[in-house]
Design a protein around this ligand. Structure first.
Ligand SMILES: [Zn+2]
Length: 157
């Protein structure tokens, strides 16, 4: 007791490269993005449209059986502003990630939110509201990648 021990820090780095097979459903979803189409699949039991397209409904545990094209606009349900760096980021902070309920879909779609000035993060946070409409901003050159959508921007309709 009474003896002070200096805090110790052990530094290290982890790296986890991986490859992941999309499967036929994921491949068709990604192929759709090339053509500016966002595809979902419908569950035959609960009738929900899942986006990105899924092979099976995680709620009902049955295979989906119908392809559905959903809108590239939707409702921003929630968002967070990331303003610190960590390993694996595909964007340099600050940036915004949101959950979007696309028109015609029944689940949230996670993607970047853009078209918002992030020089003042507090101000940017006030500009966004859950419930506001957002729209996909597509890349000029698409290659069948989730980043064929650069981000979703707020829209006034
Ligand atoms: Zn279901």
């Amino acid at each position: 007791m009474g003896e002070e021990i200096e805090p110790r820090i052990i530094e290290g780095a982890l790296s986890l490269p991986y490859r992941w097979a999309t499967g036929p459903v994921g491949a068709r979803f990604l192929e759709g993005l090339k053509n500016k189409k966002i595809l979902g699949t419908r569950c035959p039991k609960c009738r929900r449209v899942l986006v990105p397209a899924r092979k099976f409904c995680p709620r009902c545990f049955v295979d989906t059986d119908e392809w559905v094209e959903v809108g590239d606009k939707g409702i921003l349900r929630t968002f967070t502003i990331i303003n610190f760096s960590f390993v694996g980021q595909v964007r340099k902070p600050p940036y915004i990630v949101g959950i979007i309920e696309l028109d015609g879909a029944d689940v949230g779609f996670t993607h970047f939110i853009g078209g918002v000035d992030l020089t003042d993060i507090e101000k940017a946070a006030r500009e966004l509201r859950p419930g506001m409409r957002v729209q996909a901003v597509w890349r000029e050159e698409r290659k069948g990648d989730i980043l064929d959508i650069e981000y979703f921007k707020p829209v006034r309709e």
